[in-house]
Design a protein around this ligand. Sequence first.
Ligand code: NDP
Length: 434
Amino acid sequence: VKRNPNEPEFHQAVKEVLESLEPVAERNPQWVEAGIFDRIVEPERQVIFSVPWVDDNGKVQVNRGFRVQFNSAIGPYKGGLRFHSSVYIGIIKFLGFEQIFKNSLTGLPMGGGKGGSDFDPKGKSDGEIMRFCQSFMSELYRHIGENTDVPAGDIGVGGREIGYLYGMYRKIRNDFTGVLTGKGLTWGGSLVRTEATGYGLCYFMEEAMKSIKGKSFEGTTVAISGSGNVAIYAAEKVYQLGGKPVTVSDSNGYIYDPDGINVDTLKRIKEVERKRISEYVKYHPNARYTEGCAGVWSEKCDIALPCATQNELDEEAARTLVANGCFAVGEGANMPTTPEAIEVLLENGVVFGPAKAANAGGVATSGLEMCQNSMRYAWTFEEVDAKLKEIMVNIYTNASEAAKEYGYENNLMVGANIAGFLKVADAMYAQGIL
Ligand code: NDP
């Protein structure tokens, strides 16, 4: 804490992981001696840079850009870019740290990293977004590369932003290479990448609910928060698996639709018109809009999928979910459930899918995009989707087995932390102290 002051999100993420790893440290004194636990919490490299750009009124704006290259023991750094006004180094460090274990869990050779900016894309024109992305990449390009560090999207960074970033990279470097993932399908992108995090979340939860409780999405009511990339495709997959999503939200408020959220309307409002979620009630009069996003967890549901942002589901919300009969919570967002809320859920036997396992489908499919780029080849939708599903089931199995082996049966949070860590620690140990 002294070394990383005023970074509560980073402290929260590190505390959760290190506590889970205590039994691993006891069994592996050689890792303690080699300083693995001290080294893994220190980013290998952190870059902070200025991002000046000119807005539509001709005024100069300056934002701050970040890239934290956290750990590359098992592969090139890999992790998204987040553009949101709340971004500062502590958020990027927490996300980069989580990414180490998540990427390891996918079974693919990817290290952990994360980046972004405090730029707020809300209400900006296409031209402003483009100029910002170009300025951002005019510095970032010197730190990344297809074998060094491969960024992707996250909050506020979708297909449009990846396009502008990639265009600038290609121009500066004169090199067409898979240096970013989440690319468009005509220029090196992978089918299923857009859907991957939301779909993967549902594949993971389906497997976890089946194994732990003999349950599934079939016939369930599902509360989802957020209305971005992860939330939209989680809702789509919930329908395909026989459930009914009844809520979505943004940072202003939430929608409850007793008829089930209409995914086509959701996509039109968020992906095409880029408007607020309150617009939804214009098209679906049975639905209701409530100001304030936290209320979303007060709606009765069997399964909750937080897909917006960190610490959005607190202890009180967890108690309400349990009282309403919710039996499973799957984290689509990164660290959306507070530590106190996780405790409530686990105490009450709720199946809890932790982010680094449950939302790993996005980065896993990014890994598959990297494979296709290296081969200069593209798989079909069905091929990528089948690989994604297999990866999510494997992540569940590995987390579940690690939990059992260390005496925490069905605690997937501890299991995911341990399973993700073992491979990275082994690689760091083998490669010496550096
Ligand atoms: P998007 O930008 O597409 O959507 C983000 C959604 O979350 C929006 O509905 C947004 O509402 C809401 N949101 C963001 N910040 C806040 C906040 N402070 N309070 C309330 N709501 C908020 O992002 P994604 O869907 O890509 O990302 C959502 C989460 O999933 C993040 O935690 C991200 O790290 C995680 N994730 C994403 C992956 C991906 O592949 N995209 C992969 C793995 C994890 P508003 O418009 O009002 O800001």
